[in-house]
Design a protein around this ligand. Structure first.
Ligand code: DAH
Length: 346
């Protein structure tokens, strides 16, 4: 019996938990084997009862030693399993990787950034301003006559429109940023203002009540129409490619005089005529002109000393032409099949 007990003690001491596959379960088996009701130690105690008295002292001590060794080992194993479990919960390196998909910039942000970047290369800095504007910055300072249709509820979302009070509305164009900048700065001024604008329009493939514009303003001594034209040509080539040509058509905006609209040669058919350019070979891109002296004066700039040019374009339209997007609504629906097409563009 003595040698059996000594063998068990040695066995217990030699057991290595690292060899257990299912650790928690095998620790429990180990416990049952030694300390279970029908386990090794219980049966040795049974045998102990029938030992002659002179052996009982020694065997009793040995048995107690065996029992303590088993209890100690089991406690040790249990702690080990617990610690392992905690580490697994925190960081299980054996789990398959979670391939989280990277998002991408929205095509409108991409195009807006590109326009801003092209202008920043020739010294324009970004100006940002509020989306809820008052009548002065939206219309009056920009030389809009009192009865201009833009001042009508049909075109503009008014936030406040009360007799005797200044009207407040969601800005209908980024031209209001021109006023904000000129009020607080004297020339030379060279800014680009990208931002969101709002108009009371029914939503369709060609119109939306929320869209984006980029506005540019350059005011200094002796700024001429030639400066405007050269800037436009530079922009068109940078944006749509070196082969791009431009043409200017006379137009009207209250805040510029003279005013023009710029077309670029159709980048799809190369000017031959196609569906996109309605067989004219030209695509309408933006509005522009020389800042009306009334606007300069309204903003506290001496119109005898300074002149300037301004231009404004729709970002949705630029993106449509650049990536041949046919329906404005796609920009706002956030359908992943649409958005993922621009994954590669940063
Ligand atoms: N604000 C005009 C619009 O929303 C666009 C525009 C035209 C801006 C001519 C300009 C400009 O700065 O010179 O339709």
């Amino acid at each position: 019996m003595k040698s059996a007990i000594l063998d068990y003690i040695k066995e217990i001491q030699d057991t290595n938990i690292e060899t257990f596959k299912d650790r928690a379960a095998e620790v429990e088996q180990f416990r049952i084997k030694y300390l279970g009701k029908k386990g090794v130690i219980a049966s040795l105690f049974d045998q102990f009862k029938s030992l002659p008295n002179d052996q009982k002292k020694e065997m009793g001590q040995l048995l107690n030693q065996l029992k303590t060794a088993a209890q100690f080992r089991i406690e040790e194993f249990k702690n080990f399993v617990e610690q392992q479990q905690e580490q697994c919960d925190r960081h299980d390196l054996t789990l398959p990787t979670d391939f989280s998909t990277l998002g991408s910039r929205h095509v409108l942000s991409v195009v807006m950034n590109e326009i801003t970047e092209i202008f920043s290369r020739i010294g324009f800095t970004v100006a940002e301003s509020v989306e809820i504007e008052d009548d002065w910055h939206l219309f009056s300072a920009l030389n809009f006559p009192p009865d201009h249709p833009a001042r009508d509820m049909q075109d503009t979302f008014f936030v406040e429109k009360e007799e005797g009070k200044q009207d407040v509305a969601l800005r209908t164009h980024t031209s209001s940023v021109q006023v904000r900048v000129m009020e607080h700065n004297q020339p030379p001024i060279r800014i680009i203002a990208p931002g969101r604008v709002f108009r009371n329009e029914a939503i369709s493939a060609r119109a939306h009540c929320i869209f984006h514009q980029v506005e540019a303003l350059y005011v200094d001594e002796k700024v001429s129409f030639a400066d405007l034209k050269q800037t436009l040509l530079y922009f068109a080539k940078e944006m749509f490619g070196e082969q791009t040509q431009i043409r200017l058509r006379p137009s009207y905006f209250p805040f510029t005089e003279p005013s023009a609209e710029m077309d670029i040669s159709c980048n799809i058919c190369g000017g031959e005529g196609c569906n996109i350019c309605k067989h004219t070979g030209w695509l309408e891109i933006l509005g522009c002109g020389m800042v009306d002296p009334n606007v300069l004066e309204a903003c506290g700039i001496d119109s005898k000393k300074y002149s300037g040019f301004a231009l404004g374009m729709g970002v949705e339209r630029m993106a449509m032409l650049k990536y041949q997007i046919r329906d404005l609504r796609l920009y706002f629906e956030n359908d992943l099949r649409f958005l993922r097409q621009f994954d590669a563009i940063v």
